[in-house]
Design a protein around this ligand. Structure first.
Ligand code: FAD
Length: 321
């Protein structure tokens, strides 16, 4: 039996979550005396996975899998799991993997636990700790089936290097017409910007910024930090910013190392989506703003005064270091 991970990639390159998942899998494999096999789809070079403890890679190259299709990708992972006799299948918590995870679990007659944080609490019985209620609580979940599927919350384990001697083989799963009952016809990507999904740092603006003409403030700070920009729901509802930037319970989840909120009140629906971020910095004119209750660092004051000064200081710091 081995542990199988799906190492996610985009345009042939592995995403950071793939290395985090490999690091996690390696540790679990060490505990249970087994190995880690990774499935890759249309990647150019899988050797980087060996730095994070992957023992074996099944490389799938197939033009039909150029764009992500949940059913087809789930079928690939199911067939790879069966080939490797994997009992533990690990996925990331990206939108694609979360979309696909239940299909993988159903295909393998497995149980599925999402939002896993940290190593298993116990291997026998198999129990994992997960976040619940929009990250407001933790639950310990026991999985009783022989085959188990887990999705690991982003940034919950981190990258841990541990080398292995990697073997690679081509893997040609059998794809069926039914796998492509939903097809991606075209793909439009935002270019030249760090996306929220890939960002280590996110700078986010709310209605306190008064209007779209003031977003230069957010963009300048984001540019100095190499960060993605985001916003609260009303800001995208008002059309000040694109919906792709809306974060929170009904928007995108953010689990970055640093989240900077400017002129955002900290409503429960906003916090629900960003609570997994490691360090939260809040800039708000109102000292009673609820966001300060969850902030690691808070600055009370006018964003139009503070943000340009902060950006300038960071620019100076970067120039001198
Ligand atoms: P406001 O609440 O208007 O807050 C503006 C803040 O800016 C205030 O705290 C104010 O003190 C501060 N401010 C004003 N001027 C300045 C200044 N010059 N300098 C510094 N600070 C200043 N919201 C989300 O964000 N994401 C979601 O996913 C989401 N989902 C929702 C789902 C449901 C079902 C519902 C009912 C609501 C949802 N909301 C969501 C909306 C949420 O309840 C809040 O209304 C929203 O987050 C408020 O946005 P805001 O903080 O930008 O605006």
């Amino acid at each position: 039996m081995s542990i199988l991970i799906y190492a996610e990639s985009a345009e042939g390159k592995f995403k950071k979550v793939a290395f985090e998942l490999a690091s996690y899998a390696k540790k679990v494999a060490e505990t249970s005396g087994t190995t880690v096999t990774a499935v890759t789809v249309n990647t150019t070079d899988a050797s980087d996975l060996s730095k994070y403890g992957v023992d074996k890679v099944l490389n799938v190259s197939n033009d039909q899998l150029k764009n992500f299709t949940a059913k087809a990708y789930a079928d690939v992972i199911k067939q790879a799991s069966e080939k490797e006799n994997a009992k533990l299948i690990l996925l990331s918590s990206t939108t694609d993997s979360l979309y696909m995870a239940p299909l993988v679990a159903v295909g393998l007659n497995a149980s599925f636990a999402s939002n896993v944080v940290g190593l298993p609490v116990s291997m026998s019985p198999f129990q994992v700790k997960r976040t619940a209620f929009s990250n407001k609580a933790f639950v310990v979940t026991e999985l009783e089936t022989e085959v188990k599927v887990l999705s690991l919350a982003k940034n919950s384990y981190g990258l841990v290097e541990s080398s292995s001697s990697l073997t690679q083989e081509d893997f040609n799963p059998t794809l069926h017409d039914g796998d492509f009952s939903v097809k991606v016809e075209s793909l439009e990507k935002s270019s030249g910007k760090v996306t929220i999904a890939d960002a280590e740092v996110v700078v986010s603006g709310g209605r306190g910024l008064k209007g779209p003409e003031n977003w230069g403030l957010v963009e300048d700070l984001a540019s100095v930090l190499g960060a993605a920009t985001a916003c609260s729901k009303p800001v995208s509802d008002l059309g000040w910013r694109p919906h792709s930037e809306h974060v929170g319970q009904t928007g995108k989840p953010v689990a970055t190392n640093l989240y900077i909120a400017i002129g955002i009140s900290g409503a429960i629906q906003h916090i629900a989506g960003i609570n997994s971020s490691k360090v939260k910095v809040v800039i708000n004119a109102d000292p009673e703003a609820p966001f300060f209750k969850v902030a690691d660092y808070g600055i009370v004051g006018d964003a139009f005064d503070i943000v340009p000064r902060l950006t300038e200081k960071l620019r100076e710091f970067k120039a001198n270091s």
